[in-house]
Design a protein around this ligand. Structure first.
Ligand SMILES: C[S@@+](CC[C@H](N)C(=O)[O-])C[C@H]1O[C@@H](n2cnc3c(N)ncnc32)[C@H](O)[C@@H]1O
Length: 242
């Protein structure tokens, strides 16, 4: 199956936006796992004085997790899908949270400029056409030593985890999604995870992109071995690796 990319992917997310929150509410642990990944940024002092970026914020689930981890920070939340963003904007947020409609590949053009003290990206990277280019941009948007947390479906490479993922998609996710008219997006979800980096490969990708102190952290529940948090830091000096 060819994966959805760019405008086709945004159109599929636009279509799925009205039912997206219901779909994730049926996923045990979805919000708790996002909150744990955001906490893994270990932002000091409730984020006081910090500028944070939530890249691929969707309907705001990851933004809410970031806000819970850093209630005093200023947060810019960006998404390429107008439909997902409309759902996010319709929720209640403090003034310190702002939403921007832009692709991750075109942040500067939408007025999203750094430096950011931390970037959170949940379920984004397996969706972008060129993850290396987006990672390079994220690295450049971060302040020296700035923090990155990526929360992503990235399989371990073990057959058992791949089998669980396929069983969940075939047995639960796809039947529900097809009934809601969103089969194409959730077929993409299934295959994009199978075709994306393993957890080790994504950690290596982060290191190749110049991030330092890269760590891969597990999740619990049915997502064990399927979803991971990747935390890393931007180099302390621009262009440097330490
Ligand atoms: C699976 S949703 C996750 C949303 C949210 N982060 C969460 O945790 O619930 C992925 C989101 O990434 C957005 N997205 C995908 N590719 C993108 C890109 N190239 N630039 C910006 N947003 C993108 C989609 O529109 C979608 O809202």
């Amino acid at each position: 199956m060819s994966l959805l990319r760019d405008a086709d992917l945004s159109a599929a997310f636009d279509l799925a936006a009205p039912s997206y929150d219901r779909m994730v509410a049926a996923n045990p642990g979805y919000h708790g796992q996002l909150r744990r990944s955001a906490r893994r940024l270990a932002l000091p002092d409730g984020g006081s004085g910090l500028r944070l970026l939530d890249l691929g914020c969707g309907t705001g689930a990851s933004t809410a997790a970031l806000l819970a981890a850093a209630p005093r920070a200023r947060i810019t939340a960006v998404d390429a899908s107008a439909g997902m963003l409309a759902k996010a904007r319709a929720k209640s947020w403090p003034d310190r949270v702002r939403f921007v409609h832009a692709p991750a590949e075109g942040l500067a053009g939408a007025g999203v400029t750094g430096p950011f003290d931390a970037v959170f990206a949940a379920y984004l990277f397996r969706n972008v056409a060129d993850p290396d280019a987006v990672l390079a941009q994220v690295r450049d948007l971060l302040a020296p030593g700035g923090r990155l947390a990526v929360h992503e479906y990235a399989l371990t490479g073990r057959a058992a985890h791949r089998t669980v993922w396929t069983a969940v998609c075939r047995g639960v996710v796809l039947p529900v999604a097809r009934r809601a008219g969103n089969g194409a997006l959730y077929e993409h979800l299934w295959h994009s995870v199978v075709e994306f980096d393993t957890a080790d490969a994504f950690a290596a990708r982060l290191a190749r992109a110049g991030f330092i102190r890269v760590r891969t952290l597990p999740t619990t529940g049915w997502q064990t071995g399927i979803t991971h948090t990747f935390v890393a830091r931007a180099p302390a000096a621009r262009g440097g690796r330490a």
